[in-house]
Structure formats: structure tokens, C-alpha cells
Design a protein around this ligand. Structure first.
Ligand code: HPA
Length: 266
């Protein structure tokens, strides 16, 4: 199944991408800056999941960014949409088949750490999976990686170091912390946020962890960046998606600079 998908993409001109980009809510614009781009709608790709949201078809984009061959998902699949985790992470399996070495995962997230301000960007140093779900449950895909996966360094130290260097160069105050995955689609309760903070969470969101797990399993380097779009439940009056989109818009110029700097140095 993976082979059919990857062979199709190779036939469409996707040749040995080094870096894959998964772009979170409001952060998809970076894919528009890819040069010599080949854009393939998900529905044309054999075995690829198809977005259920009308008007949000989703595209895979391949080309050159900062001199590197990159492949980007414009539109990701979330567990809360009703996809199982094998489906959510199918594109990451295909990245592996195509020879990708580094997967950059990004998202919009709520700030749990009291020192965070909406609009901040955060290096993901580690994660907490509070869902009880795991995309590797089921038969192990031996060709990609082992049954039991070491998660000691899920988010590469090298990637984190590069992000810090780029932030210094572009005069960006970059936060760092632990991303906490809840399934959504509800935002968390204030009690859940107090719990997340007590156990070491700095940010909360509804994505990223499944993709990071599958990439790690398959031996790819993972680098994660969250855009803090709001303070988490109980830390501000109320939460809404419009605010999430507003703050990811505001952070976008710095986000793009940070990611471009990262890609150029990977
Ligand atoms: N919680 C979960 N997901 C989110 C949030 C949040 O506060 N903000 C943006 N995505």
C-alpha cells in the first residue's frame, strides 16, 4: 500500500525530499513559498486520506525551499475528525518511503506555562500523550522500525539547537517546552489545564504527537514548533477558534523566518 503511494508520487516528479513539513492551523502559507513546486491534491494520490472538510481539499507540495528539497502537507488530518491514527499518520509513512530524513511538525497550541504570551513560538522539547491512544498499536511495520520505540529523544537535540541559533539571529524570543496532546475537539477544561501544568506540560493541542511518534519509529529526525495562539482554559476569559487563527496570523512572519532558517541549516 505504501509502495503504491510512493511510486505514484515518484512518477509525478517527487524526487528524494530531504525534509518534510507538516503545517499547523493558520501556518500553511509557508508551503506557498516553495520554489519549482509540484502541488498534488490529496484525492489524486492512491491510498492517501482525503479531507472531509468541504473547501479544504488539502495538497501535497514538493519543491525547493532554502536550497533543500522539501515536501509539505498543506492540511493535516486530525484524530478528532474521526480518522484512525493509522490514517492520521499515513503521510508520515510515505515520507519514510520517499527517503525523508527530517520531519518538521508544527501546530497552534494553547499556552499552559504562565510565562507564555499569545503569539509566542515554542520549541517542542518533549511531549505528554494524555489520550491513551498510540498510532503504533497494531502489527508492527518492521520495515520502518522496531516494535518498542525509544522515546528518550523524540524531538532532536540538534534541531532544538538550530532553532535557538536561528532565533538569536532573527532577534526572536523563542520559548521552549513540553507539548501536551489531548484529542479534542473540545478545548480542555480548566481542571485539565491545571493537571497538564502539574505534570509538566507547557502547551496543549490536538495534533502533532501521532505524527512525531510515527516519524520517530521510522528513524526520522523530528523537529517541532508550536505557535502559542491563546492562554489555555481557565487562564483567560474564554477560548475560540477565531482567536487561534488571529494569533497564528500574527506570528506568521516570525514563524516563516524561523522555519526558513531551520531548513537552511538542517
Ligand atoms: N487547546 C487545544 N488546542 C489548541 C488550543 C488550546 O488551547 N489553542 C490552539 N489549539
Amino acid at each position: 500500500m505504501f509502495n503504491e503511494t510512493s511510486q505514484y508520487l515518484i512518477a509525478r516528479g517527487i524526487e528524494k525530499p530531504q525534509i518534510a513539513l507538516i503545517l499547523g492551523s493558520g501556518l500553511g502559507e509557508l508551503a506557498d513559498e516553495i520554489e519549482s513546486a509540484i502541488a498534488i491534491p490529496y484525492e489524486e494520490i492512491p491510498n492517501f486520506p482525503v479531507s472531509t472538510v468541504p473547501g479544504h481539499a488539502g495538497k501535497l507540495i514538493y519543491g525547493v525551499l532554502e536550497g533543500k528539497k522539501v515536501i509539505a502537507l498543506q492540511g493535516r488530518f486530525h484524530f478528532y475528525e474521526g480518522y484512525d491514527l493509522q490514517t492520521v499518520t499515513y503521510p508520515v509513512r510515505i515520507f519514510k518511503e520517499l527517503g525523508v530524513q527530517t520531519v518538521i511538525v508544527t501546530n497552534a497550541a494553547g499556552g499552559v506555562n504562565e510565562n507564555f504570551t499569545p503569539g509566542d513560538l515554542m520549541i517542542i522539547t518533549d511531549h505528554l500523550n494524555l489520550t491513551g491512544e498510540n498510532p503504533l498499536i497494531g502489527a508492527n511495520i518492521e520495515a520502518h522500525g522496531p516494535r518498542f520505540v525509544d522515546m528518550t529523544e523524540t524531538y532532536s537535540k540538534r534541531g532544538q539547537q538550530i532553532l535557538k541559533e536561528v532565533a538569536t539571529d532573527i532577534d526572536l524570543h523563542l520559548q521552549e517546552g513540553v507539548y501536551t496532546w489531548f484529542t479534542g475537539p473540545t478545548y480542555e477544561t480548566p481542571a485539565e489545564i491545571r493537571y497538564a501544568r502539574a505534570i509538566g506540560g507547557d502547551a496543549v493541542g490536538m495534533s502533532t504527537v501521532p505524527e512525531a511518534i510515527v516519524a520517530k519509529h521510522a528513524g526520522m529526525e523530528v523537529v517541532g514548533v508550536s505557535c502559542i495562539t491563546n492562554l489555555a482554559a481557565g487562564m483567560q476569559q474564554s477560548l475560540n477558534h477565531e482567536e487561534v487563527m488571529e494569533y497564528s496570523q500574527k506570528a506568521k512572519p516570525k514563524f516563516k523566518q524561523l522555519l526558513r532558517g531551520l531548513i537552511s541549516r538542517l
